[in-house]
Design a protein around this ligand. Structure first.
Ligand code: G3H
Length: 524
């Protein structure tokens, strides 16, 4: 235990929430926010602030405000000129940048991200917003024209869908939430947004920026438990899109509450169990480095993390020996310590859950292959490399979302391929090897089992311009800077028969300022 007496805790009590364009002061119950970074000898969580624990009435008020701002499609926001919505987003991102240091600090304290990863999360989010603005301009430029087919002129654009309920995950509480919220807003939708169960305080410094940048009711931000806030909102049937990155069980529960499921659109990023497949001719040094970052960056708490490793019998012994040694060399410490790679786990129950997965696998024949594997503290479990893992063990099936790495050996490539085909998930795979004769057909098969085949590299979401999606239980819809704009909009158009009467009207409309939709203005 380090001496942490002089550690500065970023204590923040926030009572504000955003509804109907105003920052309001919450007068009801509050929840304390704890960090799993322990400052005392007993390794107890550290209190770092409190946030409103809001109720059904406040949730419905926020929903009403979003519904009114959309105004059945005639609200100020959904009918605004594209360049004006972009101007609002630019005001927001400028204000957001001024909160960089407090948000990075809170990311470290609330969810235990290293300084490096927390900084990356903030900067990547700012870049995402700027890239979204550019992508929207590009999209709009393509729409600044008329088509003509079968004697009908058409002016085709992408229009908003309505009211979005936006829920993000705790592991990327800023970035992944904003990869939903920002494209949803810029396309003209209105939103209710509730931060995840962890990584909540860091939204508070941004409330003023949201209030300043967007018209009344366009974005509404609530704090509290999903079942008290999100559930009553869904039951009203007034939500047009459920945008959620998290677990499919939450998505299904919320979806089931909507009375008109057929009109509820879904944009979902869900769980995964991405495998690594290591062929006998793989460059082992490179493979080990990629498998370390793939399985253990941010303690394995990434939906894209490598969560099971298949290694060919011929290279199994060497791989396991060197990989296990490397895992033991990883430095555990506080997020801001130099060279730290592993950090406290933010979920209080996670260390025990990981330890239980290890016990279950060991009781069914697996061995812990690294010396420190499974060492348990109140807020951490040292990563365990487990071999041989088989389908009788919970670790084989469950998305561990934490520091434990199951290894399975194979002689026939159909073994991992069959497991992948039978798995509930289908996000990505990492394929390690060199021989193109073997790789070629494998890639052809893998591309149809998952949505990204990473050749000799770990799985990841970025760069954000690439499609991020999955098959089966892993996703609904595709996200990327460009795809997200599509996901939160629909093609809608004005059509008119080509005759002098209509053409004159169209020309007059284009020359006037009466319609923001009907416009051939070219955004620079
Ligand atoms: O939790 C899942 C994230 O989308 C992973 O993103 O691959 O950039 O860490 P990443």
């Amino acid at each position: 235990m380090k001496n942490l007496e002089n550690t500065k805790i970023p204590y923040l009590e926030s009572s504000s929430y955003l509804t109907d364009g105003k920052l309001l002061d919450w007068r009801g119950d509050f929840s304390d926010v704890y960090s799993n970074i322990a400052l005392d000898k007993n390794e107890n969580p550290t209190k770092i602030g409190r946030i409103p624990d809001m109720d059904e009435n406040s949730a419905i008020a926020a929903l009403d405000s979003a519904v009114e701002a959309f105004g059945r499609g005639k609200g100020v926001w959904p009918t605004m000129k594209v360049k004006e919505r972009i101007a609002c987003m630019e005001i927001f991102v400028k204000a957001m940048k001024t909160k960089r240091s407090i948000i990075i600090e809170l990311l470290m304290w609330e969810i235990g991200k290293t300084t490096n990863d927390a900084t990356k999360e903030f900067d990547r989010t700012v870049d995402y917003i700027l890239d979204t603005i550019e992508a929207y301009k590009k999209l709009d430029r393509k729409s600044a024209k008329f088509d003509k087919q079968a004697n009908i002129h058409a002016h085709i654009r992408r229009g908003p869908l309505g009211v979005i309920l936006c829920l993000g995950p705790y592991n990327y509480p800023l970035n992944e939430t904003f990869t939903l919220l920002i494209p949803a807003l810029i396309m003209g939708n209105t939103a209710i947004f509730k931060p995840a169960k962890l990584g909540v305080l860091l939204i508070a410094p941004l409330l003023e920026a949201f209030e300043e940048a967007f018209p009344k009711g366009v974005v509404n931000i609530l704090f509290g438990r999903g079942r008290k806030i999100a559930a009553p909102i869904m039951k009203t049937g007034k939500v047009d899109v459920l945008a959620l990155i998290g677990h499919s069980s939450s998505a299904v529960t919320l979806q089931d509450l909507h009375p008109n499921k057929n009109r509820l659109r879904l944009v979902l990023g869900l769980e995964a169990k991405n495998p690594a497949i290591i062929l006998p001719d793989a460059d082992l040094e490179l493979t080990i480095n990629e498998c370390i970052s793939g399985s253990l960056s941010y303690n394995g708490q990434r939906c894209t993390a490598l969560k099971i490793i298949y290694v060919h019998e011929l290279v199994k012994d060497e791989f396991i020996k060197k990989f296990s040694r490397k895992v033991d060399e990883l430095k555990y410490g506080l997020p801001w310590e130099v060279g730290v790679f592993l950090t406290p786990l933010p979920e209080a129950s996670k260390p025990q859950y990981i330890s239980d997965l290890i016990d279950d696998a060991v009781s069914k024949g697996a061995k812990i292959m690294n010396k420190k594997g499974g060492e348990l503290k109140k807020n951490f479990c040292f990563p365990a490399v487990l071999y041989p893992v088989n389908d009788k063990m919970n670790l084989f099936h469950e998305e561990q979302f934490g520091p434990v790495i199951p290894i399975v050996s194979f002689t026939d490539i159909n073994e991992p391929l069959n497991d992948m085909a039978n798995s509930e998930y289908g996000q990505q795979v990492s394929l390690f090897g060199r021989d193109v004769e073997k790789l070629g057909p494998l890639i052809d098969n893998l591309a149809n089992l998952v949505c990204r085949v990473n050749l000799n590299s770990s799985c990841q979401r970025g760069p954000d311009v690439y499609p991020f999606t999955g098959r089966k239980n892993s996703a609904v819809g595709t996200l990327s800077v460009f795809d997200a704009l599509r996901a939160f909009s629909i093609r809608t158009f004005v059509a008119s028969k080509d005759n002098p009467y209509n053409n004159k009207i169209l020309e007059e409309l284009l020359d006037s300022e009466y319609s923001n939709f009907l416009s051939t203005e070219y955004l620079l």
